[in-house]
Design a binder for this molecule. Structure first.
Ligand code: AP5
Length: 216
C-alpha cells in the first residue's frame, strides 16, 4: 500500500502512522522526524530546517522534495508519507516521481480535527529525550510526571509546540496544506477520517477507510 497522511498539527498523523505501519507492513516516512533527527545530529540540513520549524513555517520545497524522492527510491514495498506533501507543488512533484517509477499512490488518508482540539493535544505532548517515547500529559501521561516510563529519561516539549508557534503552524496548514483535500478528492484518492475520540477509535476508522486498498 502506498499512501499519504494529511491532517493539521495534532491530528494524530504520527500516532496513527506508527500503528498503520505495523498493521500493513508499510515503511513510515515522516519528514518532520527526518528534520528533527538532522537537527539533533547537527547536520547542514538540520541547521537549515531548524529556523523554519521553530517559526512554524514550511521548509522550502526544493529541500523537502529531493529528500523525499531520494528516500522513496530505496523503498521497494509499501510506504506511508506522514507530513508530506504539504502543498500543491509538493504533491505534483510526488505524483511526477511516483509516475516515473510506475508506483502511483493508492490513497490520501486525511485525519480531520478542529483547531482548538489540535492545540489542546499539542500543548500536552511530551517526548523522552533519551528514547523518544511519546507521551501526552492529558491523554497519555507517564506514571511519574516528567519521567519516561520506559527508560527513566527526562520528558521534553518540542520547541515548535509553544502555543504561538502552534497557531502559526495551523495557519500554514489551513493556507497551504488544506487545499490538498480538494487535490486528492479530484483524483479519487481522498479518504477522510474523523480524528476526534480515542487513538483506538481513530485507528479503527482509518483501517475501515483503507479496507479496499491493496495491502502489499
Ligand atoms: P511535523 O513533525 O510533520 O509536524 P505536524 O504536521 O505539525 O504534526 P505533529 O507532529 O505536530 O502532529 P501529528 O498530527 O503527527 O500528531 P501526533 O500523532 O504527534 O512537522 C514539523 C515541522 O517540520 C513543520 O512545521 C515544518 O517546519 C517541517 N516540515 C515537515 N514536513 C514538511 C514538508 N513536507 N514541507 C515543508 N516543511 C515540512 O499527536 C499529537 C499529540 O496528540 C500527541 O501528544 C499524541 O499523543 C496526542 N494524540 C494523538 N491522537 C490522539 C487521540 N486520538 N486522543 C488524544 N490524544 C491524541
Amino acid at each position: 500500500m502506498r499512501i499519504v497522511l494529511l491532517g493539521p498539527p495534532g491530528a494524530g498523523k504520527g500516532t496513527q502512522s506508527d500503528r498503520l505501519a505495523e498493521r500493513y507492513g508499510m515503511e513510515h516516512i515522516s519528514t518532520g522526524d527526518i528534520f528533527r533527527r538532522n537537527v539533533a545530529e547537527g547536520t547542514k540540513l538540520g541547521s537549515l530546517a531548524k529556523s523554519y520549524m521553530d517559526a512554524g513555517e514550511l521548509v522550502p520545497d526544493d529541500v523537502v522534495v529531493g529528500m523525499v524522492l531520494a528516500t522513496l527510491e530505496d523503498i521497494r514495498d509499501g510506504f506511508e508519507l506522514d507530513g508530506f506533501p504539504r502543498n500543491i507543488p509538493q504533491a505534483e512533484s510526488l505524483d511526477g516521481g511516483l509516475a516515473v517509477a510506475g508506483r502511483p499512490l493508492h490513497a490520501a488518508l486525511a485525519l480531520m480535527l478542529d483547531d482548538e482540539m489540535a492545540v489542546k493535544r499539542i500543548a500536552g505532548r511530551r517526548t523522552c529525550a533519551n528514547c523518544q517515547t511519546p507521551y501526552n500529559v492529558e491523554f497519555d501521561p507517564p506514571k511519574v510526571p516528567g519521567v519516561c516510563d520506559r527508560c527513566g529519561g527526562p520528558l521534553e516539549q518540542r520547541p515548535d509546540d509553544a502555543e504561538d508557534v502552534v497557531r502559526r503552524r495551523l495557519e500554514v496548514y489551513n493556507e497551504s496544506t488544506a487545499p490538498l483535500l480538494k487535490y486528492y478528492s479530484e483524483r479519487g484518492l481522498l479518504r477522510e477520517v474523523d480524528a476526534t475520540g480515542t487513538e483506538d477509535e481513530v485507528f479503527d476508522r482509518s483501517v475501515a477507510a483503507l479496507t479496499d486498498l491493496p495491502d502489499d
